[in-house]
Design a protein around this ligand. Structure first.
Ligand code: ATP
Ligand code: MG
Length: 139
């Protein structure tokens, strides 16, 4: 079975965390690892290094370390794509049009504060899971 990394971002932790966890469990994912932590600035920069050159990079890093995130390894057939579908498009305004049932359509406030993260491909998933959880427990 495939694994993906999911994050509940700081904007969603207080109000929407339980709804998001319910959606995860109801969609047939196994949560195989889970931890809550506040990312350091260095970790947030490394985690989103692919976005380094983007004009919103500084805001993104600030946002990601402003409070705790919940970090989960989700396991399921086709987990990477399935989780991206459940999250919906990056921009909640677009999500409301094309995927009104998606998490971002329901919970995100804008394109930066968009409630959840999911790995974009299998290689990315492996790399980010190792970055967040380390090598122990790799199965
Ligand atoms: P994620 O990687 O968090 O799952 P994504 O793959 O949908 O989201 P990316 O293009 O990888 O989107 O961007 C990473 C994150 O950067 C987005 O989730 C969002 O928080 C932020 N972001 C993306 N585009 C913008 C933008 N135009 N303005 C502000 N923030 C943005
Ligand atoms: Mg991404």
């Amino acid at each position: 079975k495939q694994k993906t990394l999911a994050l509940i971002k700081p904007d969603a932790m207080e109000e929407h965390r339980d709804n998001i966890l319910q959606e995860i469990r109801g969609s047939g994912f196994s949560v195989t690892q889970l931890k809550e932590a506040v990312l350091s600035r260095d970790m947030a920069e490394e985690f989103y290094k692919e976005q380094r050159e983007k004009p919103f990079f500084k805001q993104l890093v600030e946002f990601m370390c402003r409070g705790p995130c919940l970090m989960l390894v989700l396991t399921k057939e086709n987990a990477v794509e399935e989780w991206r579908l459940i999250m919906g498009p990056t921009d909640p305004e677009q999500a409301k049009e094309t995927s009104p049932d998606s998490l971002r359509a329901r919970f995100a406030s804008d394109i930066l504060h968009n409630s959840v993260h999911g790995s974009s491909n299998e290689q990315h998933a492996e790399e980010k899971i190792r970055f967040i959880f380390g090598d122990i427990c790799s199965d």
